[in-house]
Design a protein around this ligand. Structure first.
Ligand SMILES: Cc1cc2nc3c(=O)[nH]c(=O)nc-3n(C[C@H](O)[C@H](O)[C@H](O)COP(=O)(O)OP(=O)(O)OC[C@H]3O[C@@H](n4cnc5c(N)ncnc54)[C@H](O)[C@@H]3O)c2cc1C
Length: 429
């Protein structure tokens, strides 16, 4: 226990990871203070899963970990200690029943994120966590030997009133990322970590819509395509690919499959690579099969116009744009379409391509890609390898997953490990 004020562990940030880390540290016997700059706890958590909170996924560990790209392996220890079933059991012990939906997504039976937030708050308070709202941490304080001293907070609501040091043996930084800043995630933790020697991997939007400068794409606004294969290219090289549903918007494209690919696109645009997106509109058919299908349609409707036969193949709102892109006159009778022209149509159906100019801004992203460099964090404890007694968890570290409950599970698992480790540190002399 800290001699000056009795605080063992200070948790900075009262979101998903902060609340759970605080509860876990307190349950492990530490005297914990959680500091949240907002007037309310967990504002982002309240809007997760469209207000229903997709808290985790029912997948097995080996599959689960593939949803975070190369950085996923950092999470093995945290998941080994506390995984999806443990999380489900934890919420059950706080009276929150869960259900599994399509794709293994786990939601509270109530369909309300509030039940998750209130369970987390009860967990923290029941274990004696002291919660300070409307208090902004400005820095983590480190002594000359590189050990944590505590945090600096603004003394009053009025930042100009100056800062004061709150001492503790351990600090857990759980300040979140940069996306949806109205919820309080304004990236403060990155600056604080950088100031004490951490390096920050480039902060980019992930799980975000993608913009195009091609005007024909914008004419498709409102169109949803289900079961399409979407591939992104950097020059001639395939960068990533996915299958599922996409949506055309006023700025370009969005929807589940696009969001899944967006982090990779953001990273490549950051490196100045020129990106294109290709949509396979008929992924179930190979080139030969599609060619045969077109021949059948053109034979059966030989006197009909090309435009009218394309209507049999594609959603109505896509037809004018598709016909225009094919370069064939809309009124051309099908019986007069040559083999070469047919091959072009097949190519366009398999590779409907456009440029991606940039991502939507990070404010609109569901998560932040990048963050505190994982090589500077001990994956067995979540302790900083630079500052002894500093722990990091949640979106502030360089982990981001796809949609499906992966980001929250990473936040909760990291928080459990950080909380328990910090309690051991904070309680020892
Ligand atoms: C619209 C939307 C929907 C989402 N849906 C899902 C979903 O269904 N499933 C899923 O797995 N993930 C989802 N996510 C992602 C998930 O919400 C985040 O990954 C998760 O909330 C990260 O938790 P965190 O505790 O690290 O950060 P946050 O939840 O952002 O919490 C950080 C907290 O720190 C506080 N803070 C920041 N700086 C300071 C400071 N200087 N002093 C004091 N306090 C500070 C903030 O006010 C905030 O309360 C969604 C995200 C968004 C934006």
């Amino acid at each position: 226990m800290n001699k000056d004020n009795g605080i063992d562990v200070i948790v900075v940030g009262g979101g998903a990871s902060g609340l759970f880390a605080a509860g876990s540290a307190a349950a492990a016997g530490a005297r914990v203070v959680l500091i949240e700059k907002g007037e309310r706890l967990a504002r982002k958590l309240l809007i997760t899963g469209k207000g229903r909170c997709n808290l985790t996924n029912a997948e097995c560990l080996e599959e689960f970990i593939t949803n975070y790209g190369d950085n996923g392996k950092f999470l093995y220890r945290a998941f080994h200690e506390f995984f999806n079933n443990d999380l489900i059991e934890f919420f059950k012990s706080y009276g929150v029943e869960t259900k599994v939906e399509r794709g293994g997504r786990v939601f509270p039976v109530s369909d309300r994120a509030e039940t998750i937030v209130s369970a987390l708050e009860r967990y923290a308070r029941d274990n004696g966590v002291e919660i300070w709202l409307s208090t902004r941490v400005s820095a983590v304080a480190v002594d000359e030997k590189g050990r944590i001293r505590g945090v600096k907070v603004f003394a009053a609501q009025n930042d100009a009133a100056g800062v004061k040091l709150i001492k503790s043996r351990a600090v857990i930084l759980a300040t979140g990322g940069l996306s949806y800043p109205v919820t309080g995630s304004t990236g403060d933790g990155y600056a604080m970590a950088r100031k004490v020697g951490h390096s920050i991997e480039p902060l980019l939007p992930a799980l975000v819509g993608l913009e195009t400068s091609d005007s024909f794409v914008k004419r498709l606004q409102g169109l949803t395509l289900k079961n399409v294969r979407v591939t992104v290219f950097s020059g001639a090289k395939e960068a990533a690919s996915g299958f599922g549903e996409m949506l055309f918007t006023h700025f370009g494209v969005s929807g589940p499959v696009v969001l899944r690919l967006s982090g990779e696109v953001a990273a490549r645009i950051y490196k100045n690579e020129k990106m294109e997106m290709s949509v396979d509109l008929k992924p179930a058919l190979g080139n030969e099969q599609l060619h045969a299908r077109l021949m059948r349609e053109f034979d059966a409707h030989g006197l009909k116009s090309f435009y009218n036969v394309v209507k049999l193949l594609l959603p109505a709102s896509m037809v004018p744009v598709f016909v225009e892109r094919s370069g064939l006159p809309a009124e051309r009778q099908c019986c007069r379409i040559t083999r070469k022209e047919r091959e072009n149509v097949v190519r366009l159906l398999k590779d409907f391509r456009f440029h991606i100019s940039r991502t939507r801004p990070i404010e609109e992203a569901i998560v932040t890609r990048g963050g505190v460099n994982l090589r500077q964090i001990n994956p067995r404890t979540m302790e900083s390898l630079i500052v002894k007694g500093l722990y990091l968890c949640g979106e502030v570290i360089d982990i981001d997953g796809v949609t499906g409950g992966y980001n929250l599970q990473a936040a909760f698992s990291g928080a459990r490990l950080a909380g328990v480790s910090a309690a051991q540190k904070g309680g020892s002399s």
